[in-house]
Design a protein around this ligand. Structure first.
Ligand code: NIG
Ligand code: FE
Length: 435
């Protein structure tokens, strides 16, 4: 018996499925394989994909009734919903004043050491109520959806007290419950050393390990634990202490590693079996081999490198060549990378990391899903997966990183529902139009 389709997207100019072996991220030369179907179609029942094939073939596989919503996507490109595996979505305030400091040549870590940077956002986030954080977070989440992102990781890390970290994590949960972007929560209590612990950083680490982590676990508020392992922030030893404690409690692990100074964070990620190590601008060759061996996903954040005006990007080509699974993310945050637009990251990755359009696309879909342990649910257009898709007003997939700075999204489908570009709005409008 043929299954009835609730939604059918047909005549897709180029349907990029990113399908493959969902047990494993795309590696090395397989990153060129995007599972392209010309004149493609995808059928959905409820929130799941029930068929993905050519338009001709699909009509033999599913039943289309007068209730089926049919979308003609001739001349368009369809991708799996984009996955952003590294964001700091919830924060108070903003830091546009840092732009002029940057132009004067003040380094990012010096702004932080002077009590600004992350610590500035910490003050604003502590001041904000949970409701205010939810309100701004929902706004940012809709911006992301309208730009094609359907799943994102979201970190705490601007509270740095137990109450304020819990407030941020609860806000992440509420944001996830109040709009369609699906969120995967990460506890980043060790994001900076709070000002009142400046002279005794180990005491703060102690607080993270003995009080914050167990409380976050008990309340089920985070799936991952992350730490900013960096010169003048958390040392390698402190990072090991936090991540080992988190692992023992059952958290999966992430680490901000090798961004400015190589302290050994990416080796630690491999040693502890972390899901990802992120940034990696100055990753040593030895760590590349270790990450390939352990299949730790390298989350590369080229928007941050661009915005900090660094002169060297993460060695994405070397990592791909060595068989490290590579994913891309925005790093959306109010300081080092204030964009939540993954389409822009795709262009920067192509131009400055030297990644091909196909590699870039796998890095913001299936490999990004692996980077947050969601690859069995999202990241590709395959039967049985959640029906998360984006229709781009683009004649082919190469057009996406090429046409930077314009939002090419025409429609976004999340769990089988058209959440952006629905029919009650103008062609490029959103179901939600007010912010
Ligand atoms: O990933 N590197 C540390 N944390 C963020 C920046 C946060 C901020 O500047 O507020 C990052 O780049
Ligand atoms: Fe970050």
């Amino acid at each position: 018996m043929k299954k009835r389709a609730d939604l059918l997207i047909r005549n897709v100019g180029q349907m990029v499925t990113c399908a493959g072996n969902s047990q494993q991220p795309k590696l090395a030369e397989y990153m060129q394989d995007i599972g392209l179907i010309e004149d493609g179609a995808v059928a959905v029942a409820g929130d799941k994909i029930i068929a993905a094939d050519t338009t001709n073939n699909i009509l033999n596989q599913v039943e289309v009734t007068s209730d089926t919503v049919v979308v003609d996507a001739s001349g368009k490109t369809v991708l799996p919903g984009l996955v952003d595996p590294h964001t700091h979505l919830v924060f108070g305030g903003s830091r546009e004043h840092e732009l002029e400091l940057k132009l004067k040549g003040v380094p990012y870590l010096d702004i932080l050491a002077g009590g600004g940077g992350i610590l500035n956002t910490v003050r604003a986030t502590r001041k904000a109520s949970k409701e205010e954080l939810v309100e701004s977070g929902v706004k940012y989440a809709w911006q992301m959806l309208m730009q094609g992102t359907t799943t994102a990781e979201a970190k705490s890390g601007y509270g740095l007290t137990i109450e304020d970290e819990l407030k941020q994590l609860e806000a992440i949960k509420e944001i996830g419950d109040n709009q369609p972007l699906e969120l995967v929560p990460t506890f980043l209590g060790a994001h900076a050393i709070p000002e009142d612990y400046k002279e005794q950083p180990d005491k703060y680490v102690e607080l993270v390990v003995t009080e914050m982590l167990p409380e976050v676990k008990a309340r089920g508020l985070a799936e991952f634990c992350d730490i900013f392992c960096e010169d003048k922030v958390f040392t390698l030893e402190q990072s090991r202490r936090v991540l080992e404690a988190a692992k023992n409690l059952g958290f999966k692990l992430k680490i901000h590693a090798d961004e400015i100074v190589a302290l050994g964070g990416s080796q630690l990620a491999a040693e502890l079996g972390a899901t990802s190590a992120d940034h990696l601008l100055v990753i040593p060759d030895e760590a590349i081999s270790m990450m390939a061996e352990q299949q730790v996903v390298a989350i590369v954040l080229p928007g941050t490198t661009f915005n900090l005006r660094e002169d060297h990007y993460a060695p994405a080509r070397r990592m791909i060549g060595a068989g490290v699974p590579v994913a891309l993310a925005t790093d959306f945050n109010p300081g080092s990378c204030p964009t939540n637009n993954l389409q822009l990251i795709m262009t920067i990755a192509s131009l400055y990391l030297g990644m091909t359009p196909a590699e870039v696309i796998n890095s913001v879909t299936i490999n990004a899903a692996h980077a947050i342990d969601r690859a069995s649910i999202v990241g590709s257009i395959e039967v049985g997966k959640q029906a998360d898709m984006v229709i781009f007003d683009a004649p082919n997939y190469r057009y996406l990183p090429y046409r930077f700075g314009t939002n090419l999204v025409e429609k976004v489908i999340k769990k089988g529902k058209i959440v952006v570009g629905g029919k009650n709005n103008a062609k490029t409008g959103a179901v939600r139009t007010e912010f």
